[in-house]
Design a protein around this ligand. Structure first.
Ligand code: GLA
Length: 353
């Protein structure tokens, strides 16, 4: 398999102009998307983006802390520039995200002077934020990650424990979806999280969403983040996750795909002095094989999976250069630091080209 893809690669002189891109190769399967920053909208990055992708997600520019850093003070500049670029170039837009309990701006959980923080206040704040954001981009953003990472990792809790859950509980999650629906009834509404491949977490997510749906809340689908790595990827667990979500009547978007070349670690740590961070042929080969498995699986589950987005455009910048080890270079994407397609790129398009 690998050798035929390599031959294909050698034959091609890759150019950022005129070539077909992922969006074309996969057009009968799913929309191919990418998470970007405003600086990706210029120069060669913009060329690569337009050539390869049919959907854009703002990596950070639409998060609550960025759009509304202080209560009632909105900063739309970066998000607007991304939306304008997408509209001009006829690229679809996924919105990310409206309510992320773990990363709220400080004001959201601060009681106003002389008042106490209660559920009504949280609901008011949430509604104002969601109506403002979804309303501004109504008809332009076709799908929203409405709630991000609300479910706990451990077996005991359904929602992540903390002040928010204590005060607002499940109702906040339900209302987030209801407000998004109110602001743009045509946008698709997603719950987005990691570790859907783990049975305990997935079962809780499905239970929560079914509960909310049975009470009349509209939820269209689940975003599987898909931050995977070359050591732990198991296609059987992903297959089980896809089938369980399908059986629960959920659309599936793969929202944040990347394949780290290091084993997953949960906590931030310093780089060890003897830690090597070059992209060796061995890592390249392992990563290519994992990407092949991933796309074989995804293609099998079309149209259940209707969108696949990478969490970054090229290895020249990835959040994994900062997490879990700041300053350790990672190479998780399909394009290298010079925006050239890697072996994994040729490998995934090979069966359908
Ligand atoms: C989560 C979030 C993303 C992003 C990544 C890491 O997966 O959903 O928005 O912040 O973490 O960068």
């Amino acid at each position: 398999m690998l050798s035929s893809a390599c031959k294909l690669q050698e034959k091609q002189q890759f150019s950022l102009q005129g070539e077909k891109g992922l969006k074309d190769f996969f057009r009968h399967y799913f929309t191919m998307g990418v998470a970007i920053r405003a600086q990706d909208l210029r120069g060669q990055s913009a060329q690569l983006l337009k050539q390869q992708f049919g959907s854009i997600t703002a990596e950070n520019a639409m998060k609550m802390a960025r759009l509304q850093p202080q209560e009632g003070v909105f900063d739309w500049a970066e998000a607007d520039s991304i939306v304008a670029f997408a509209l001009k170039n006829k690229i679809k837009l996924r919105g990310h995200n409206l309510f992320w309990p773990e990363h709220l701006p400080e004001w959201f959980l601060t009681a106003p002077p002389g008042q106490e923080l209660n559920k009504n206040l949280l609901l008011q704040r949430l509604r104002k934020h969601i109506l403002a954001v979804v309303g501004r981009y109504k008809g332009k953003i076709y799908a929203w990650d409405v709630v991000n990472e609300a479910v706990a990792d451990d077996a005991q809790h359904l929602l992540r424990p903390g002040l928010l859950t204590q005060i607002g509980g499940q109702e906040l999650i339900a209302k987030a979806f209801e407000y998004a629906h109110e602001a743009d009834p045509k946008a698709l509404l997603f719950y987005n999280d990691y570790d859907l491949e783990k049975t305990v977490k997935r079962d809780k997510i499905i239970r929560l969403l079914q509960d909310l749906k049975s009470e009349g809340t509209r939820i269209d689908g689940v975003g599987m983040q898909a931050h995977w790595d070359i050591y732990n990827f198991k296609d059987d667990s992903v297959r089980r996750a896809i089938e369980a979500l399908g059986a629960a009547n959920m659309k599936i978007h793969i929202t944040e795909l990347d394949v780290s070349v290091y084993p997953w670690e949960f906590s931030q740590r310093a780089k060890n002095s003897d830690e090597i961070d070059s992209y060796t042929p061995d890592l390249e080969q392992k990563q290519t094989a994992v990407y092949r498995q991933i796309f074989q699986l995804f293609r099998h589950y079309t149209p259940l999976i209707s969108s696949v987005s990478f969490w970054g455009l090229s290895d020249s910048y990835t959040w994994l250069d900062y997490f879990p080890v700041r300053g350790r270079k990672n190479y998780p994407l399909l394009f290298d630091e010079n925006l050239q397609p890697k072996k994994a790129y040729w490998e995934i398009i090979q069966p359908i080209n």
